[in-house]
Design a protein around this ligand. Structure first.
Ligand code: ATP
Ligand code: MG
Length: 578
């Protein structure tokens, strides 16, 4: 059915040709069978077995208690073959849907790659989801199997999973002490399985991954990706993350989100790097210690984490030797210029912001190592990617905006290998993301004379006040310049005169107290830097701001709460303090 949607579109639109743009020389050869078939899991692991890196450290796992477990490429290859064999013994076949619900532990990484090697479809779920979001995502994706822990099973799955019509099994990583029917002990099944089972080769357009979006703007969507995507995983991590085989690489994203899978599992292994996986949650001191002790060279993280490190202050940073770091990148939210400069000042190098979405399957626009950074800009499109800013002409038809620094919708020319092939069960929604020539991202941005892209905000978050179009990011970045501010979220609220007025929610660094003087100083800074028309009319202090579990500020929730409107789908909301 997936293919039908996509090929239907190909037939309808001659501009949409896979590979029309994605065909750039790959820094690593793609391993294909004679009939053109390939497999992401094979590309990440098995194809290294004939190279010296087969015995190299592929994955170093650090447990919450600082226990370290190492896997070579050969170990991972054998473990994932066992996993794939186990799926087949449990009656799963190519195309079957395998879900994971687990923290960042080795079994999750083995399951992801083993599922792909079996030709099955992998869907990671964030382990902190409650039963409802888990159930709805498993229903939407028609799950056949889930791998989880005994305690997560008891709390979140036990009472309802048998009601799902096509579920065949639950795999319990840490055993099945209650002998629950339909549940299997992972360890004993793995030990019986074949470590040399051959990888199933899949067609380029076969579905490989089903990812759910972060739910920042509404109900999360199930996004379909295919095996061909691996070409872009490899190329984009080469250009935007500068991955080289000798790197020790740490991607802090959880595989529950697309970043944690594309760049936290697949891309680094394809390049033969050593990757670090930390089971624990964010802790500034712990993170610096990992960077130091593991001699991390390339670090891919997110603005929320960077802001939290900035909040803790640089005295802590100075206690660690971070001299192995050579490249740092960030994704997921706009990266305030302050944060880029902080990296330069405190860590000795800037953070390189890059932009992409679950739908794009990989990085589209980036600050690459060989180009100067303009702090606050997302950079330029990667090789093979054509991006544009679109605005309606006088007939309402979307055209490429030719005036520099003019706000419009950020769009990408379809055809790159990791482009999504559908929203599961929502073909109309998928079609509505495309014009004849472009994929429409739903984000607003500007392009400057040098071809750098500047994020303005999501279409839904744009504020229209007294004839001005105001992007929240611009206002938030100015508030972030204030030494007291650790986070800012800006929304528009209805106003009978101005249409909307700008309201800001601000969280402070630990050593600052909310009071009237600080409020005036923030209002003053905003007016001076933005002018009275764009500066917030109102600023309120919060202990923290509502965020998705992938770390994005949920402006729609700030707005709904402000206006007393229904909160909508909050399945991805991290618990927050109002
Ligand atoms: P949903 O689509 O369910 O509302 P989401 O859009 O947050 O959730 P993701 O696909 O995880 O889900 O996030 C992609 C979005 O994150 C982008 O569309 C953009 O709004 C934001 N984003 C990602 N990287 C950047 C960046 N470098 N600068 C600004 N925004 C970014
Ligand atoms: Mg989105």
């Amino acid at each position: 059915m997936i293919k039908t949607i996509f090929h239907q579109q190909l037939a309808d639109n001659s501009n949409l040709k896979i590979d029309s743009l994605g065909e750039i020389p790959s820094p690593r050869p793609i391993c294909r069978q004679d009939n053109g078939s390939l497999n992401i899991g094979f590309q990440a692991l098995d194809c290294h077995l004939s190279e010296p890196i087969r015995d190299k450290l592929a994955l170093r796992w650090i447990s919450k208690n600082d226990e370290i477990v190492d896997y070579s490429y050969l170990d991972l290859c054998q473990q994932t073959s066992r996993f794939s064999d186990m799926l087949s013994r449990l009656g799963l076949a190519q195309g079957s849907r395998v879900y994971s619900l687990a923290g960042r532990r080795p079994e999750l990484y083995i399951a992801a790659l083993g599922t792909l090697k079996a030709g099955c479809v992998f869907t990671p779920l964030f382990s902190a989801f409650g039963p409802e979001p888990i159930r709805s995502r498993m229903e939407i994706g028609d799950a056949n199997l889930i791998i989880t822990t005994h305690s997560l099973y008891r709390k979140k799955l036990k009472n309802w999973w048998r009601e799902l019509p096509n579920m065949k099994a639950v795999l319990l990583i840490d055993g099945n002490p209650d002998n629950e029917p339909g549940c299997y002990d992972y360890v004993s099944l793995m030990s019986d399985a074949d470590p040399n089972r051959a990888c199933e080769f899949t067609q380029a357009e076969d579905m490989a991954l089903l990812h759910f979006t972060s739910g920042t703007t509404g109900k999360p969507k199930g996004v379909i990706h295919v095996h061909e995507a691996v070409k872009h995983h490899i190329n984009s991590s080469f250009y935007a993350l500068d991955l080289k085989p000798n790197d020790i690489y740490w991607c802090t994203a959880d595989p529950g989100w697309v970043t944690g899978t594309t760049y936290g599992i697949i891309a680094p292994l394809c390049h033969g790097v050593t990757m670090i996986v930390d089971e624990a949650e964010f802790d500034a001191e712990r993170w610096y210690r990992i960077l130091q002790d593991q001699q991390v060279t390339v670090w891919y993280t997110a603005p929320t984490a960077i802001r939290m490190l900035m909040k803790v202050g640089e005295a802590l940073t100075k206690q660690f030797d971070l001299s192995h770091l050579r490249f740092m990148a960030s994704v997921g939210e706009p990266l305030n210029p302050e944060a880029v400069e902080w990296g330069e000042k405190v860590l000795g190098m800037p953070f390189h912001d890059n932009w992409w979405q679950t739908e794009t399957g990989g990085i589209m626009i980036a600050n690459v190592p060989c180009r100067p950074i303009k702090p606050g800009s997302m950079g330029k499109p990667l090789p093979g990617i054509e991006a544009g800013i679109l605005n309606p002409d006088s007939n309402g038809v979307l055209q490429v905006e030719t005036k520099p620094m003019t706000v419009g919708e950020l769009a990408v020319k379809p055809g790159w290998p990791s482009m999504f092939r559908g929203y599961l069960n929502q073909p109309e929604k998928y079609q509505s993301c495309f014009t004849d020539d472009w994929y429409l991202s739903g984000d607003l941005a500007m392009k400057d004379e040098d071809g750098y892209f500047w994020f303005v905000g999501r279409k839904d978050d744009l504020i229209k006040s007294s004839g001005h179009l105001i992007g929240p990011f611009e206002v938030e970045s100015v508030l972030m310049e204030h030494p007291a501010v650790s986070e800012a979220g800006v929304i528009g609220i209805p106003d009978p005169v101005a249409g909307q007025i700008v309201k800001a929610f601000v969280a402070l660094k630990p050593s600052f107290t909310a009071n009237d003087d600080l409020l005036q100083s923030l209002l003053g800074l905003a007016r001076k830097r933005l002018g009275a028309a764009v500066a917030p009319k109102e600023i309120v202090f919060r202990n923290n701001l509502p965020k998705t579990r992938s770390g994005k500020i949920m402006r729609r929730l700030l707005k709904a709460r402000e206006l007393g409107l229904p909160e909508g789908d909050i399945s991805t909301l991290e618990s927050d303090e109002r």
